[in-house]
Write a protein that binds this ligand. Structure first.
Ligand code: HEM
Length: 536
């Protein structure tokens, strides 16, 4: 237990004064002026009015008044930790990314886990997707793998993201529910969004109530590219596999844990790291080429679809170890800014429309959330490799150009400043693009039910029952009957028995007809034993 220091001396009104000395440095104002009295405002007489000239009081209160920054518009509640990524073997035949070149090399990382819908003060065990965002501080810049604990997403086009988030969060007139999908707006939106059905199966499964962050998988979701020094591109899906295996709680436990300890997940991670029980994950890659993409039953650019591991096995290439808690929650966990567009040479995007929308959204929101364009100067966001450019000024500028030169090209031979690196610099993969400008969803994105069914049938009987229970419970909170019925009409395209169970659970007078599917569903899909990926 910590050693306690002196209890101080009482002042004239009995208040506690502790003075500088020994291990206590002098308390100062933000201007560095030593403070004589931090307990009493300056007054005209002991019982008189406060004086405006009390610069110490005004500065202290002013700073307190400005302590809050906007919470993230999604993923507001999170918990982060430091660690490292260790590369198992050189991957130069796949990517020129520096962190993958040498076996055994460690790259520092910061990881933030989160729920999505709840606000910053919401409970950890909500039924929700979990964020799993990793910042790799590589020698060639920061690479952010901004993933979730489920391999697919609700929507195919970023245009729908604001609507989706509005529908999931608290309803605007009543300001609740704060952290649940169990309400009319959420299910109204989902039931009008057939592309969400696969993700809905995952969110209604045990995956949405993990036992702890340490027992979760992570997924980059989108198809990315790895690119070699010679310019060869391989498609990749990123996976994190927890060394402890996958574990969830059941809803009954989740409800009790939320009541007894809404900080359960963050406490678990803190305690594990503090006691030296460092959580580990392995990084896995699903790798494929254009030939596979062309013959795969679904479009690899569609983020509502995954690639079953039995079709493209996951290759383990390294491990992630979290071994250090933060020194300060605000400075690190709150101020960290992950962004899908933060890639390094050797990692590139594909034309997944959702990924392309995300590439715009994160930087934009962080400009507001972190108060200006210089949030990359904050230590948690700053790369651990040299950063040199001519970007300057703006609010809170810490890193500004030195000397005379703040532009290029320039003629100043003695101190020209940074210049381009044609070969070592980031090269975009030169994918050929051709096509009319139009607002059209590709027909290859139109099968919304087959993978939902594939996921459902891959679950054990008990897990299937949990999905039916979750759907029944959630939809029973929906007051508008038509929305309940519409959801059951979707379920009929996924699994008849599931639809029946939910219809009975909701006491619907009759089972409705199935919603017409845009594309014939793949009734012949066989159960896919490895689809649920990890079972414990
Ligand atoms: C956070 C937008 C889809 C994972 C955020 C934030 C925004 C956002 C604005 C808050 C960022 C901040 O304030 O720092 C979007 C948009 C999406 C989308 C527009 C789709 C069009 C996804 C998907 C995933 C994902 C598909 C998972 C693969 C995350 C994670 C965070 C996050 C993990 C939290 C990062 C952290 O811990 O700070 N997203 N998102 N998002 N998003 Fe997305």
């Amino acid at each position: 237990s910590p050693t306690l220091i002196d209890a101080g001396k009482p002042g004239t009104g009995g208040e506690t004064h502790q003075t500088a000395g020994g291990k206590s440095p002098p308390l100062t104002t933000q201007q560095g002026v030593p403070v004589a009295d931090d307990q009493n405002t300056l007054r005209a007489g002991p019982r008189g009015p406060a004086l405006l000239e009390d610069f110490h009081f005004r500065e202290k209160i002013f700073h307190f008044d400005h302590e809050r920054i906007p919470e993230r518009v999604v993923h507001a509640r999170g918990f982060g930790a430091h660690g490292y990524f260790e590369n198992y073997k050189p991957l130069a035949d796949l990517t020129r990314a520096d962190l993958f070149q040498r076996a055994g090399e460690q790259t520092p990382v910061f990881v933030r886990f989160s729920t999505v819908a709840g606000n910053k003060g919401s409970a950890d065990l909500a039924r929700d997707v979990r964020g799993f965002a990793t910042k790799f501080y590589t020698k060639e810049g920061n690479w952010d793998l901004v993933g979730n604990n489920m391999p697919v997403f609700f929507i195919q086009d970023p245009m729908k993201f604001p609507d989706m988030v509005h529908a999931f969060k608290d309803e605007p007139d009543r300001g609740f529910p704060q952290a649940a999908t169990a309400h009319d707006n959420a299910w109204d939106f989902i039931s009008l969004t057939p592309e969400a059905m696969h993700m809905v199966m995952w969110v209604m499964s045990d995956r949405a109530i993990p036992r702890a962050f340490r027992f979760m998988e992570g997924f980059g979701v989108h198809t990315f590219r790895l690119v070699t020094a010679q310019g060869k591109s391989t498609y990749v899906k990123f996976h994190w596999k927890p060394k402890l295996g996958l574990q969830s709680v059941v809803w009954n436990e989740a409800v009790k844990i939320n009541g007894a300890d809404p900080d359960f997940h963050r406490r678990d991670l803190w305690d594990a790291i503090q006691t030296g029980d460092f959580p580990e994950w392995e990084l896995g890659l699903q790798l494929f080429d254009d030939a596979f993409a062309d013959q795969f039953e679904f479009d690899v650019l569609d983020p509502t679809k995954m690639i079953p591991e039995e079709q493209v096995p996951v290759q383990i290439v390294g491990k992630l170890v979290l071994n250090r808690t933060v020194d300060n929650f605000f400075a690190e966990t709150e101020q960290v800014a992950f962004c899908t567009q933060n890639v390094v040479p050797g990692v590139d995007f594909t034309n997944d429309p959702l990924l392309q929308g995300r590439n715009f959204s994160y930087l934009d929101t962080q400009l507001k959330r972190l108060g200006g364009p210089n949030f990359t100067h904050i230590p948690i966001n700053a790369p651990k490799c040299p950063v040199m450019n001519f970007q300057q000024d703006g609010h809170m500028a810490v890193r500004t150009p030195k000397g005379r030169v703040n532009y290029e090209p320039n003629s100043w031979a003695d101190a020209p400043g940074p210049r381009e690196s044609p070969t070592a610099g980031y090269q975009t993969f030169p994918e050929a693009i051709n096509g009319p400008k139009q607002r059209v969803r590709s027909e290859t994105f139109a099968d919304h039910y087959s993978q939902a069914r594939q996921f459902y049938v891959s679950q054990t009987a008990l897990e299937q029952q949990h999905i039916a229970n979750a759907l029944t419970f959630e939809l029973s909170k929906v007051q508008t009957l038509a929305i309940r019925v519409r959801m059951v009409s979707h379920l009929l395209n996924i699994d008849g028995e599931l639809a029946d169970k939910v219809a009975k659970g909701l006491r619907l007078k009759e089972t409705p007809a199935a919603i017409p599917a845009a594309k014939p569903t793949r009734a012949d899909l066989k159960p896919s034993p490895k689809l649920s990926i990890l079972k414990n």
